[in-house]
Design a binder for this molecule. Structure first.
Ligand SMILES: Nc1nc2c(ncn2[C@@H]2O[C@H](COP(=O)(O)OP(=O)(O)OP(=O)(O)O)[C@@H](O)[C@H]2O)c(=O)[nH]1
Length: 551
């Protein structure tokens, strides 16, 4: 049936309404325009209700955070804060941590990124050329170098027999292998220097040092027979900031990493609706900060679960949760104390602590060795520095300057001398003079060069003949990101790294590497370098670190 509304209002057109028989609106069987409008309005209201219900249902699967102004909750926020000083301990009988192999993405000890993806098959293994080691009843000379497959091929005599021999083995190497050994050494070294991102080019002399002495008086010729140990007793030792509390002034050094975490991640997390896109964006930000895929996805997973479970609603709650999750991700059961305290009283027969400082070129090994010496001296300890970086003469001078500044004796060898020999002599000298700690700085070496890594393994083995190596600190440059992880894997395999020093965190937004290194290697980050200043070395404390990241 068709109903016609002919006259709603004067001049209005008639409206035809299809109906099942009932008349709408008017008694005369016509529908007025007013009624039509009312019907349309009613339909719109119903539609709006339906849309609203749909949106509510969709939101049930999201977490909504009210956007509020974040309060500036503490005066100290925004910088790295560490309440305590750098903690030190005796070595004891610690063993290198087990590598959590099952968590590693790569288990062959080789890097897996970029040009460093593998050691070329045709890369030459560098032969070792030893200088004679000082004879010592505690050293089993026949084993020095003989467990090194390359050393045996050089035909070098046992160290005991060669104590008075010239630095280069008398028995000539076959022409081919000799040239291989030589060119292999220099080309590897040159390549190392060139291919390291932040290498020696960044500077070789500690800042605040007017000039490096030509030859510091307190430097000892470690490999020269009859050399007298130098003393720095008459050198004026400059004041050293005590490690306790000095970290307060390092606040703000992590500003670049903070902008990544504090602004990007927290900004997203506290901004309101967290849909799939938001979570993806947070994960991308974590990846950009170098947390690594596995760690980043684990953190996202936990955040999602906890956000829902705890009913996180405000940015403050979101911040607290993020802090907790990040701190947990940095947790380790291992001690972060630097094992640089002596075993007993050295003046009463105790033995000095021995620490090796290793890493690729330019990461900050010499600087870290010097900074650590300052921490020890400030703690009232006596220190001897071993300049086993016999490749870079400037490094020896640099360490000599550090030693001079803290009144520490420095043992050095001639340029090109066997670093293992210098390291051994350092330990010998330190034990004889009864110092508390011996810090041995080694030459920078690319982890991809097997010959150089063999050499480092030998340094540790040779030192181990004379004393227990309490600490092997791997210095990683935080600005190198993922490559630092590749380095860490190889170094950990070769010398059983016991602690990580992450330097140059002041110049990068990629502080997330710290999460990965610990997770993949099971080696704790013990110290962080936050600047070029002599006292810009801080203990790594997860809570303070995360607080600084979150701002
Ligand atoms: N900004 C900043 N610079 C640092 C830090 N640690 C070291 N450096 C600088 O990094 C540069 C290289 O430091 P070195 O200590 O010479 O590095 P190295 O590892 O001993 O170098 P090689 O002996 O050539 O392998 C120097 O200019 C240092 O001042 C740090 O924590 N922050």
């Amino acid at each position: 049936m068709v109903v016609q509304a002919r006259h709603g209002f004067p001049g209005e057109p008639a409206v035809r309404v299809a109906s099942g028989g009932a008349l709408l609106g008017c008694d005369d069987g016509r529908v007025s325009t007013t009624n039509v409008i009312l019907i349309i309005v009613a339909a719109l209201v119903v539609l709006a209700v339906l849309v609203g219900t749909g949106i509510l249902l969709a939101r049930r699967r999201r977490v909504s955070l009210a956007q509020q102004e974040r309060e500036d909750t503490s005066a100290g926020q925004g910088g790295y804060r560490a309440g305590s000083g750098i903690s030190l301990s005796s070595g004891g009988t610690t063993t290198a941590p087990e590598h959590p192999v099952e968590e590693r993405t790569e288990t062959q000890g080789q890097p897996g990124v970029g040009d460093d993806a593998a050691v070329p098959r045709d890369s030459q293994r560098r032969g070792m050329v030893d200088v004679p080691l000082p004879s010592s009843s505690e050293v089993d000379d026949t084993t020095v170098g003989t467990d090194d497959d390359t050393a045996t091929t050089t035909g070098e005599p046992p160290a005991a027999e060669s104590a008075t021999a010239p630095a280069v083995p008398e028995q000539p190497l076959p022409a081919e292998s000799e040239s291989v050994a030589e060119t292999g050494t220099s080309s590897q070294r040159e390549e190392d220097s060139e291919s390291t991102a932040s290498g020696g080019a960044t500077g070789t002399v500690p800042p605040e040092t007017p000039e490096s002495p030509e030859r510091p008086e307190d430097v000892v010729e470690g490999t020269e027979a009859g050399a007298e140990p130098g003393t720095a007793a008459d050198t004026e030792v400059e004041p050293i900031e005590p490690s306790t509390g000095r970290l307060e002034r390092l606040r703000g050094r992590l500003s670049r990493s903070r902008s990544m975490f504090g602004q990007s991640v927290l900004g997203l997390l506290g901004a309101g609706d967290l849909d799939e896109d938001s979570w993806e964006e947070i994960e991308d930000t974590l990846l950009m900060a170098d947390l690594g895929a596995t760690t980043a996805s684990e953190i996202i997973e936990r955040l999602r679960t906890e956000v829902a479970a705890r009913g996180v609603r405000t940015p403050e709650q979101a911040r607290a949760l993020l802090r907790e999750v990040l701190v947990d991700a940095l947790a380790t059961t291992q001690s972060r104390a630097v094992q640089a305290l002596p075993h007993g009283d050295p003046a009463d027969g105790g033995k000095p602590a021995v620490a090796l400082v290793v890493g690729v070129n330019g990461t900050g090994k010499t600087t870290t060795t010097g900074k650590l010496a300052r921490v020890l001296v400030a703690d009232g300890r006596t220190v001897l520095l071993g300049a086993a970086d016999t490749f870079r003469a400037a490094a020896v001078e640099q360490l000599g300057t550090w030693g001079e500044r803290v009144g520490a004796e420095v043992v050095r060898g001639d340029e090109g001398a066997d670093p293992a020999s210098v390291a051994f002599e350092s330990v010998q000298r330190g034990a004889d003079s009864g110092v508390d700690a011996i810090l041995v700085d080694t030459a920078g070496r690319l982890h991809t060069k097997t010959g150089l890594m063999d050499e480092l393994g030998k340094v540790k083995r040779v030192v181990g003949k004379r004393a227990q190596v309490d600490e092997v600190l791997l210095v990683l440059d935080a600005t190198t990101g993922q490559n630092g992880l590749a380095q860490a894997r190889v170094f950990a395999d070769v010398v059983d790294v016991t602690g990580i020093v992450l330097t140059k965190l002041d110049g990068t937004a990629k502080g997330g590497i710290v999460f990965q290194v610990q997770r993949e290697l099971g080696v704790p980050v013990k110290l962080v370098g936050l600047g070029e200043g002599a006292d810009d070395l801080a203990p790594f404390e997860p809570e303070a670190f995360v607080d600084a990241l979150l701002g």
